[in-house]
Write a protein that binds this ligand. Sequence first.
Ligand SMILES: [Zn+2]
Length: 51
Amino acid sequence: MYKYCLECGWQVSTSDGYSEAEVSKQAIEHFVETGHAVDSLRLPPPEILEN
Ligand SMILES: [Zn+2]
């Protein structure tokens, strides 16, 4: 889970050591504090195999 702001450089990711719940909470807090639109991205699976 990766969330980022469309209007400033803010971002937070589970790869920073946060749980998904914490990432979501911080995104909501950023929106509430700044009014900025936050978009989210699911990280792709580590490996995609095609046969
Ligand atoms: Zn922002």
